[in-house]
Design a protein around this ligand. Structure first.
Ligand code: KG4
Ligand code: ZN
Length: 335
């Protein structure tokens, strides 16, 4: 049996969880900074680091109490060390190293994107690799071939904005507030998704890469044109049309990746995987494929997913030592 205390602090959520044998979550505590960053319209890195410092110890204490264990019961200490905001990551990494040293427990450094993918293993106990996964969050948009629990191959990724970033920026243009994804998702229900045609970008030569900045610019130009004519912008129509365009292209690439790798299983992960239109698009088009996505609380940043990934890293003895550092950019295929 393995009992892992996992820590996550890569962006604006301070989180700790206790995970048993990779897939059983004994506790999952998340302290979000959304209210703090709302007034700035996005995450302010320095503010995020300071908030993590305040929240980290109480969040860890609560995770241990909620799990009904003593800190000394844990077998491993796991922490997100890459990628993310470097100052934010450093808080979690420093806390994890201190615990590892004080308790004499091995340390495991976890890649944040691998963590997002592993949220699917928690949600679906029967799920096993190989499968292809779309990871779409505020900082990342990747199509990943999950060969094995610790073997990942990137098949495509964004060449500019991440999908969640595009949702957040378009929401800002429409004056909907931060974070934009859930606001656009909710408003789009009232709109006509065929009202405006926003161009979907597909790259040639079978590339599975994405580009979302053009759609974002398309929304800005569309709003300006309407305003210049003295007409009122129909925010619901724009939200729905933008969302349709982004979701369709993500599912296009995911299904193409499944066919490329002969996979019968496809998964979603990351904050954008909460999106109802994305889930509906995948459900509609994935005939013959088994589809997986985590429940919303496991899609957005949390430490349970980090504990799950750490379990599989421990099985291949991928341990860190006290020289572990925060790494702001790191490919998912690198260790
Ligand atoms: O995975 P996550 O919590 O953090 C990162 O690792 O970035 O993802 C946050 C992102 C934000 O951009 C947010 O707007 C987006 O996920 N998001 C959504 C939805 N819920 C969260 N995007 C679209 N639809 C949603 N329902
Ligand atoms: Zn994330």
């Amino acid at each position: 049996m393995s009992l892992i205390l996992a820590i996550e602090s890569s962006c604006d959520e301070t989180a700790a969880a206790v995970v048993k044998d990779g897939r059983t979550v004994l506790s999952n505590v998340i302290s979000t900074q959304i209210e703090t960053h709302k007034k700035f319209g996005g995450v302010v890195p320095e503010v995020a680091s300071r908030k993590h410092l305040e929240a980290l110890n109480p969040v860890i204490d609560k995770a241990v109490v909620d799990a009904g264990i003593a800190l000394s019961d844990v077998d491993y200490i796991a922490v997100t060390y890459a990628p993310g905001l470097v100052g934010a990551l450093l808080v979690g990494v420093s806390g994890a190293k201190a615990l590892s040293l004080a308790l004499g427990k091995p340390l495991i450094g976890v890649h944040h994107i691998r963590g997002h993918i592993c949220a699917n293993f928690i949600e679906h106990p029967e799920l096993e690799p190989p499968f292809v996964c779309l990871v779409a969050s505020g900082g990342h948009s990747h199509i990943v071939y999950v060969k094995d629990y610790t073997e990942y191959e990137v098949l495509g990724q964004t060449r500019d904005d991440a999908a969640g970033e595009a949702f957040d920026k378009v929401a800002r243009v429409l004056g909907l507030g931060y974070p934009g994804g859930p606001k656009i998702d909710a408003l789009a229900v009232e709109g006509d998704e065929n009202a405006v045609s926003f161009k979907k970008v597909r790259f040639p030569n079978g590339s599975l890469d994405f580009s979302f900045s053009g759609i974002k610019t398309g929304v800005i130009n569309h709003c300006h044109n309407i305003e210049q004519k003295g007409e009122t912008v129909n925010k619901a129509d724009i939200a729905a049309s933008f969302q349709k365009s982004v979701c369709e292209v993500m599912v296009d690439n995911l299904l193409e990746a499944a066919s490329l790798k002969n996979c019968t299983k496809v998964a979603l992960a990351g904050g954008v995987a909460c999106n109802s239109r994305l889930r509906a698009e995948l459900n509609k088009r994935s005939l013959g494929l088994k589809i997986y996505y985590p429940s919303p609380i496991l899609c957005t940043d949390n430490a349970a997913m980090i504990g799950c990934s750490a379990h599989y890293e421990s099985l291949v003895s991928n341990f860190a030592d006290l020289s572990l550092n925060a790494v702001p950019y790191l490919g998912i295929d690198l260790k």
